[in-house]
Design a protein around this ligand. Structure first.
Ligand SMILES: Cc1cc2nc3c(=O)[nH]c(=O)nc-3n(C[C@H](O)[C@H](O)[C@H](O)COP(=O)(O)O)c2cc1C
Length: 312
């Protein structure tokens, strides 16, 4: 029997994103109303060896709960070992069956697994029978246009105990290009009983409303739309409740950036590289942001970065 996917406080979930969804960013998204947040994909192989760098990425805090840890690997023993190591810290374990990165695919992990139905069944079965918390899967439509198998894969995951299915409505070889095909999310929803989380190309409140209406999905997962813009969760949440689109002022955006930086310091993950990148992302769209980008290239210290952002 699958463990029940928890009833979330709202419809919106933060997508796992490599080098984006660290603990500081997750807390910001939570503050703005994301009902569930996720770590980036973490190597189950490295975690099963208790590698320090991976354990650092598996840092969590009660402020962000409920929180998901996403794992990738092709080695079932490592996956189970990593899941057992983390199940007391996290609320849900998500497994990645869709990452298109060459490095991960070449190890036979991520999107490469979508070709191996027996292996998918084995991983989900072993995971769900080894831990006491819900296990979800994040899948794509198939490896490429000629091999769309999302419904079959979704059913295999459900039969083997998955608690919910996240569908990023692109094929693996599409990467992030082209348009997400939401009609496939609808088909998955019609073919499984567990909750379906729709993902792909939700950048605005209207997109969110449209995805819910067109696909009947239970929840929406937002990735790129939240980069430098955790406020998107409040904007969409408000719109779904009231039909009104609220906007953020320049000062509020800058304030969010400084709050994010404070959190990175609090959790000891601050870096100059990240502070510069996030300065660009959080100020995107503000007049003067392209000049800021050039100026950031010239500076080296946090004090200098701070001064530049304050001046924008
Ligand atoms: C920078 C970046 C990093 C990502 N890292 C991950 C990851 O670690 N695990 C994962 O399952 N998907 C990852 N994704 C994919 C997103 O979770 C999401 O499925 C995809 O971006 C589509 O959603 P969107 O259109 O809302 O961005 C990443 C995407 C981006 C842009």
């Amino acid at each position: 029997m699958a463990k029940k996917f928890p009833k979330l406080s709202g419809k919106l979930i933060l997508a796992p994103m490599h080098e984006v969804t660290n603990i500081a960013f997750r807390i910001m998204c939570k503050k703005y109303g994301a009902s569930l947040v996720s770590t980036e994909l973490l190597s189950a192989n490295a975690l099963s060896r208790e590698a320090t760098s991976s354990l650092k990425l598996a840092l969590t805090d009660k402020e962000e709960k409920p929180v998901v840890v996403q794992l990738f690997s092709q080695n079932t023993d490592s996956i189970v070992k990593a899941a057992k190591l983390l199940e007391r810290k996290f609320d849900i374990i998500d497994f990645n069956f869709g990452c298109p990165s060459k490095k991960i695919m070449s190890q036979g992990s991520g999107g490469a697994l979508l070709k191996r139905k027996n292996k998918i069944g084995e991983i989900v079965r072993e995971l769900t029978s080894s831990v006491d918390i819900p296990v979800t899967v994040k899948i794509r439509l198939g490896v490429d246009k000629k091999n769309i198998n999302v419904i079959e894969v979704a059913k295999i995951c459900e039969e083997n105990g998955a608690s919910a299915i996240i569908v990023h409505a692109r094929t693996v070889d599409q990467g992030y290009s082209g348009k997400a095909d939401w009609s496939q999310i609808k088909k998955v929803k019609e073919n499984v009983k567990i909750p379906v989380i729709g993902n792909g190309d939700v950048f605005s409140a209207k997109d969110a409303e449209k995805m819910l209406g067109e696909t009947g999905c239970d929840y929406i997962m937002i990735g790129r739309g939240s980069i430098g813009n955790p406020f998107i969760f409040k904007q969409i949440g408000e719109y779904l409740k009231t039909g009104k689109v609220i906007e953020q002022t320049k000062e509020e955006k800058i304030n969010d950036y400084f709050q994010y930086i404070e959190l990175t310091k609090r959790f000891d993950i601050f870096s100059i590289k990240d502070a510069k990148l996030k300065a660009q992302e959080f100020t995107k769209g503000i007049p003067g942001c392209s000049k800021l980008r050039q100026e950031l290239n010239k500076v080296k210290t946090w004090e200098e970065i701070k001064k530049l952002v304050e001046l924008i």
